[in-house]
Structures are given as C-alpha cells and as structure tokens.
Write a protein that binds this ligand. Structure first.
Ligand SMILES: *Cc1c(COP(=O)(O)O)cnc(C)c1O
Length: 369
C-alpha cells in the first residue's frame, strides 16, 4: 500500500490529491489529506490498542487500578516527586492544580497567551474564584524579573499574588521552552515570596528532547507539574498531575468533585504507558520537521512574520493582503488541513501521524504556494 500511494503521489504530485486510499461500494476515491491542525489529531495505533486491551484493571476511585497506579508511580519518579494523579484531560490537571494552590480572592500570575488563561474557559475564576495577573512575555515565556515586578504589595483592595504558572512548551507562544536554569530562577523567586509554582507541561517531552535535560530535576523546581499524553505522545486520552503527597491527596478530592474519578481507567493509562515506552524519541522528528517547514515559510511572500520555531509548533502571521479564510480554503483544496490561531494568524503542528510521504507532500504544497 505505501508503495502504491507513492506512485499515485508521484503521478499527481503537482495537483491536489492523495495519501489515503479509501474504498466505497463501487468506486475508488483517492484523497491525500495531511492534518496539521493539532498534535491532538493522532489516532491510537494497532499496537497501542492491543496493549490497552491487555491492561490489568481495577476501580481507580478506590485507587485499585494496577495500571493507573503503575502510570502514576512511573511519572512521579520520572519527575522526581512523590505522587501523581491520572486525569482525563490537561485542562482538568491544570484546574485542579490551581484549585489546590489557591483560595478565592487570590490571583495567579501567567503569560497573557497561556493556556490556563486563553483556553480553559476561565476555569480559574469558575472553580477557584481567583483573579489573573497577566504578563506580556516573550513568545509565551515569562521570567523572574517580570514576575517580581507584577507582584501585589498586599493592599486590602487587591487580590493576593499566590501562584505562578509557567507553560512548557508554550502553545500560543509558538512551542518555545524553558531550560532548567530559567525554571530555577522563577522557582527561587516563588520561594522568596511565598508563592506556589505550577508547570503546565502539556508538551514537556517536546522540550526535554531538545534540551536533553533530566526530567527528575524539574520536580525539585516546582510545586506541581501536569503532562499530557494526548498531544504529541499520541495517546487517545489522558493527562497526569504530579506533586507531593499532601498536594495529590487534596487533588484527588477535586478530581472527584469535577467528575474526573474514573473506574477501570487502566485501559486508558495503558495507552499512556505505551506512548511513554515507544513514542518519546519520535518527538524529535516532529520538532525537526517543524524547523524545516519554518525555514521554508520564512521566505514565502504570504508570510508577514513567523515566530521562531523551537519544537513542533509553527505560528505565522499572514501578509496583510491575504484573507485568512481564503488561505485556509486554498490549503484545504490542496489537501492540507490547518486552522486559524488568532487574527491573521495560522498555526501548523507536526505530529507522529504524518507519514514521510505526507510530509514530503506537505513541503511540496507549501513550496508551490
Ligand atoms: C492541550 C493543552 C492543555 C490541555 O488540554 P486538554 O485538551 O484539556 O487536554 C494544557 N496546556 C497546554 C499548553 C495545552 O496545549
């Protein structure tokens, strides 16, 4: 099949088609589609599904699912902390962390583009009754100096600064990441000022594969960290929240009240374990592909500005005369599915379900625009 696809691709390389071949009743249709909307579009492989089916399970609300327990203990060790909690989504792990670290009338400090502010339906206000103190960082990253300058002196009429959230890698910031040194300087400030530090590490492994820094050290430099398995790691569902024992005991209560207590969730945890065992090195391919595509985009007439490409995310602003919807429809007509990411802004995301043929095709299409 791959060979056949390649022949079809070479034939029609200049036009709009093909990488998957589908059969419907009496006619064959060829559609080559490359979905670069997000790294969440990946689907579980046959091997991952087999592994999920073979998972030993129990009732995780009673903490008796051996596969969930194995995943939690693996991740807490991996990040040098005591405990962990498996949850359905990264939004839930972030929201639980915010809830445990703050009380109403507090505030969290984060970058203006951060997921906890932009993409979690204002859950910080809804669940925790807190305010937000936004920093205009650089490519989604904030530093100790900026945080220090944003702290409230503690007057009655102000919210209390309580929590700092760092996003690693950044999403709207274009996949930029923090080194351990950078995290460390923020951590020191939070210790001096009595603040908590949460790391939204939805794509932390895309960062670690670039820096080659040890994951265990991160646990020494924050109060909690959340990690997603449903992004580049390719699991269908699942995120984990990591912290110390007291924090996780409290987090379990909030997971329950948010409706995130699952029963035989070992089936899902197995997908995450499979991803950890097999998919981490491939994130390097995603990052490398993104850089290659970024270099091509940089010289294209339709690109006004492009954020530096650090990991698997590419964000660019279209030239003023280009209409975003027309641009996306044109891409779609050529088989490339992408999406708008703010005014005149496009995001492309590399992920493990893009085959080598699809990547070649994608490059050809972008070069031809
Ligand atoms: C995707 C993402 C999350 C979590 O999203 P869910 O879809 O709820 O799993 C959190 N933070 C960042 C930076 C993300 O990109």
């Amino acid at each position: 099949m791959p060979k056949f696809r390649k022949i079809i691709f070479d034939w029609f390389g200049k036009s709009n088609y093909f990488v998957t071949l589908s059969y419907s009743h009496t006619c064959y249709t060829f559609i080559l589609e490359v979905n670069i909307i997000s790294d969440t579009v990946t689907k579980p492989s046959k091997q991952m599904l087999d592994f999920m089916l073979s998972a030993e399970v129990g009732d995780d609300v009673f903490a008796e699912d051996p596969t969930v327990n194995a995943l939690e203990s693996r991740l807490s060790k991996m990040f040098g902390m005591d405990s962990a909690l498996f949850c359905p989504s990264g939004t839930m792990t972030n929201q639980i962390a915010i809830k445990v670290h703050t009380k109403s009338l507090d505030e969290m400090i984060c970058d203006i583009d951060s997921h906890v502010y932009q993409a979690e339906s204002s859950g910080f206000a809804f669940h925790s009754g807190i305010s937000v103190n936004l920093i205009h960082g650089i490519n989604g990253k904030i530093n100790a100096e900026q945080i220090s300058a944003s702290l409230r002196p503690g007057f009655d009429w102000q919210p209390l600064s309580k929590l700092v959230v760092l996003e690693n890698t950044t999403n709207k910031g274009g996949g930029s990441y923090y080194t351990l040194d950078e995290i460390s300087s923020v951590y020191k400030l939070t210790r001096d000022k009595g603040l908590k530090l949460h790391i939204d590490g939805a794509r932390i492994f895309n960062a670690l594969i670039e820096t080659n820094e040890p994951s265990e050290k991160i646990g020494l430099l924050c109060d909690s960290i959340s990690v997603c398995f449903s992004k580049g790691l390719g699991a269908p569902v699942g995120s984990i929240l990591i912290g110390d024992k007291t924090f996780i005991r409290e987090a379990r209560r909030f997971r329950k009240v948010m409706g995130g207590g699952m029963r035989q969730s070992g089936i899902l945890a197995a997908a995450c374990l499979y991803a950890l065992n097999h998919h981490i090195p491939d994130l390097k391919i995603d990052n490398t592909r993104a850089k290659e595509l970024g270099t091509i985009l940089k010289s294209k007439h339709f690109v006004k500005q492009i954020k530096p490409v650090y990991t698997n995310i590419i964000i660019f602003i279209l030239a003023d005369h280009i209409n975003t919807i027309d641009f996306l429809n044109n891409l779609k007509s050529k088989g490339i599915l992408a999406s708008e990411f703010g005014h005149q802004t496009i995001r492309f995301v590399m992920h493990r379900d893009i085959t080598p043929d699809q990547f070649d095709f994608l490059i050809k299409i972008i070069e031809s625009l």
